[in-house]
Design a protein around this ligand. Structure first.
Ligand code: FES
Length: 355
């Protein structure tokens, strides 16, 4: 793998001395392949929110890494994450979202229940020893945390909830589980996923890229990050006005990003596909009363537009960084004191990539 041990050792120094990750951590296809194997295949990854499938039979598809999944609420009200690849000859069963009592393959009409069981396979009576119970849709481990549905490809992954208990206590006042997501803003992002995690988790850049948007509200030099006792980092950004509510940014490793503050919860859903591309869905989430109140529609839309403007500024920063990291002359830099969450993340990332 294209990671220089000495460069990683410099990134592992105490924050006061720590270097950034080397360029290859971002730019190398081999490193991305190793991330897929060592991190993504074992971590908990966000698949959506429970309120996106509120009723029995509601489903939505999810392309996560190289897999095709469907997130579905069963007749028993349980949320499951299933493969949506037909167990006959592999056709994709569905695409998009909807409500159904069963999934029927468009190719030869094999039919699956909401729990993944194969309930119908026409004209298969002559197939010797064909046991339908062995041809259900595989179900992945899933867990709901604060309204988000997390999924893991690792059947032995340690439960997520206990690992996030300290974060849950820290954010209890924001009542994350009660928020409702609006239709997302979607961005195809032609750079490495970690650039957005880095960007999301420090307010240092407010002084330049966001000097007209976030810096007047949440000045960079007031931001700080508590020590973390689990697979997450938190950044607290106090407001310029003393009585203003702080904006908080959080990452559940590796890439579940969200930021509660004021009336809005911003949730950045990253869907990496290659070392140099991910799809980003930004969901602006609000209290249900606000979403269902027509009188508040214009205000919520204005907040959503502010998020779009801020992200367009962040895209410029990420693209400039992507160009620089791919340049021959690039050398790893130094982290500053306002970049503690990046340092925390880098240590977690290096441990998993090399451990
Ligand atoms: Fe699905 Fe044949 S591929 S029924």
């Amino acid at each position: 793998m294209a990671l220089d041990p000495e460069a990683l050792a410099r990134a592992l120094q105490p924050l006061e001395k720590a270097a950034t990750l080397p360029a290859s951590a971002y730019t190398s296809p081999a490193v991305y392949a190793a991330e897929t194997e060592r991190i993504f295949s074992h971590a908990w990854l966000c698949a959506g929110r429970v309120e996106q499938i509120p009723n029995a039979g509601d489903w939505m598809t999810l392309d996560l890494l190289d897999d095709k999944l469907v997130v579905v609420r069963g007749a028993d009200d349980r949320v499951r994450v299933l493969s949506r690849v037909c167990r006959h000859r592999g056709a994709e069963l569905c695409e998009g979202r909807g409500n159904t009592r069963s999934f029927q393959c468009p190719y030869h009409a094999w039919t699956y229940g909401l729990d993944g069981r194969l309930v119908g396979a026409p004209l298969m009576d002559g197939a010797a020893d064909f046991d339908r119970t062995r041809f259900g849709l595989p179900e992945l481990r899933s867990e709901v945390w604060e309204g988000w549905i997390f999924v893991s490809f690792d059947a032995d992954a340690a439960p997520l909830g206990p690992q996030l208990a300290p974060l849950e206590r820290l954010l209890a006042r924001y009542r994350l589980e009660e928020r409702v997501a609006l239709e997302p803003l979607v961005f195809e992002s032609p750079f490495n996923w970690k650039l957005l995690v880095d960007n999301f988790m420090e307010a240092y850049h407010h002084i330049a890229i966001h000097r007209d948007t976030l810096q007047p509200l949440f000045p960079a030099d007031r931001s700080h990050a508590p020590d973390a006792d689990g697979p997450y980092s938190v950044l607290i950004m106090p407001g310029k006005e003393r009585d203003a509510e702080p904006l908080v940014a959080a990452v559940v490793y590796p890439f579940h990003l969200f930021a509660p503050g004021g009336e809005m919860l911003s949730w950045y859903q990253l869907l990496p596909t290659r070392h140099d591309h991910f799809t980003l869905r930004i969901h602006c989430c609000f209290a249900r009363e606000a979403v269902e109140d027509p009188a508040q529609a214009a205000k919520l839309e204005a907040l959503r537009e502010l998020v779009r403007t801020v992200h367009e500024q962040d895209i410029a920063a990420c693209q400039a960084t992507w160009a620089g990291l791919n340049a021959r002359s690039y050398r790893a830099g130094r982290l500053g004191p306002l970049e503690k969450p990046l340092w925390q993340f880098n240590r977690w990332w290096i441990e998993r990539m090399t451990g």
